[in-house]
Design a protein around this ligand. Structure first.
Ligand SMILES: Cc1cc2nc3c(=O)[nH]c(=O)nc-3n(C[C@H](O)[C@H](O)[C@H](O)COP(=O)(O)O)c2cc1C
Length: 372
């Protein structure tokens, strides 16, 4: 090998390459925070495995010379059925932080969801990509007046929907963060929590990470379907409910006024041994019965995973960790590359399953049997 040759491992060909490279790049407590799940991380692993275990019955002898991954998500045109999940504190991954993620998402032609627990204020993120579609994810604070102010600000800043996360009445027990004493380093703040007096994340104790203390001090553990209508009324925006794994909960959310459902277990970070999202999706799709769009996240890493989610009735999927890996490696350009890699993989999977358009991705593509 010559001195200039790039070892194969440095090539970023897929999302797993980004994962390995990002682990070597970011500070250890940040890595543990981003990568980790709750308790024994059974659900974290199950989310991933459940996609692999589904086998595809590919079609042949179909003209796939022209294909398109373009679609709409709650009416917004996007280049792919893949969008960016809300993840907290993106400046930990890269100084570009949430503004870099916003540029990446807009460049890739898709939809951004911005977390309440961001290290950049929600209006500043919106101003970065004024024309691009974006939603604001809400954690409801016990001081409701602060949440009311934030969602009004989101509506004024051009966010097109609110995402109410309902799988986090309290924070899950992420033991990696307790061990590492995880908290925000000096100089970073939860900008949207400054007015509520909680911008600075508390220091960790032996028992609790800084984030656990932040949640306990600020977040309301009494969220019910009534809050969906409340958020709609005060913001004038549609409300998407995130963190559903049961048909009956999906119905309760829709009866409460939800405009769409995200099947999610928070990337395995909340209740450990919770059902994998690929397994929960069919029940939710059946219960919703076409009333609203259904999206899914958790362990989506390959274009074939996206295809499987769509075959089971999801309108689109969300990516959590992989775009953080992209951001860590190369700021906005890295996150954009991750999105484009997955779009290309989906396009290939469409070609190889005889699916020139997204509407050709139908349930018969999935075998009842498992792969392998
Ligand atoms: C580091 C990190 C921070 C997250 N922060 C939030 C958040 O602030 N709000 C939220 O609703 N979900 C949050 N999530 C969950 C994601 O929105 C998403 O459900 C999950 O990451 C999807 O799984 P994946 O990472 O396997 O793609 C976070 C996930 C990670 C990994």
């Amino acid at each position: 090998m010559t001195g200039h040759a790039i070892p194969m491992t440095d090539q970023l060909l897929n999302l797993f390459d980004y994962e390995r490279a990002a682990q070597a790049r970011v500070a250890t407590p940040t890595w543990e925070y981003q990568a980790g799940g709750a308790n024994d991380e059974v659900t974290l692993r199950a989310n991933r495995a459940a996609w692999d275990e589904l086998a595809i019955r590919f079609r042949t002898m179909i003209d796939v010379s022209t294909r398109s991954t373009a679609t709409t998500i709650l009416g917004a045109p996007v280049s792919m059925p893949i969008f960016v999940a809300p993840t907290a504190m993106q400046k930990l991954a890269h100084p570009d932080g949430e503004c870099g993620m916003a540029r990446a998402t807009a460049q890739a032609g898709t939809l951004l969801v911005v977390s309440t627990t961001a290290t950049t204020g929600l209006s500043e993120v919106a101003a970065e990509v004024p024309e691009a579609p974006k939603w604001f994810q809400v954690y409801v604070y016990s001081g409701r007046e602060h949440t009311e102010a934030l969602v009004r600000e989101a509506a004024a800043a051009g966010y097109r929907a609110l995402v109410l996360t309902v799988d986090t009445p309290v924070l899950g027990r992420r033991e990696r963060d307790i061990r590492s004493g995880f908290t925000l380093p000096p100089g970073l703040e939860i900008k949207n929590a400054v007015d509520a007096g909680m911008g600075a994340v508390p220091t960790a104790t032996g028992e609790s990470s800084g984030l656990m203390r932040h949640f306990r001090g600020l977040h309301d553990p009494a969220i019910t379907p009534r809050d969906i209508r409340w958020l709609r009324e005060i913001s004038g925006l549609p409300v998407v409910v995130k963190g559903i794994v049961r048909g009956d909960d999906a119905r309760r959310a829709i009866d409460g006024g939800a405009s769409a459902i995200i099947v999610s277990n928070h990337g395995g970070r909340q209740l450990d041994t919770a059902i994998a999202t690929a397994r929960a999706l069919p029940e939710v799709v059946a219960a919703v019965n076409g009333a609203v769009e259904v999206y899914v996240d958790g362990g989506i890493r390959r274009g074939t995973d996206v295809l499987k989610a769509l075959a089971m009735g999801a309108r689109a999927v969300l990516l959590g960790r992989p775009v953080l890996w992209g951001l860590a490696m190369n700021g906005a350009a890295g996150a954009q590359h991750v999105l484009e890699l997955l779009r290309d993989e989906l396009d290939l999977a469409m070609a190889l399953t005889g699916s020139p358009s997204l509407s050709d991705i139908t349930p018969d593509l999935l075998a009842g049997a498992r792969a392998g």
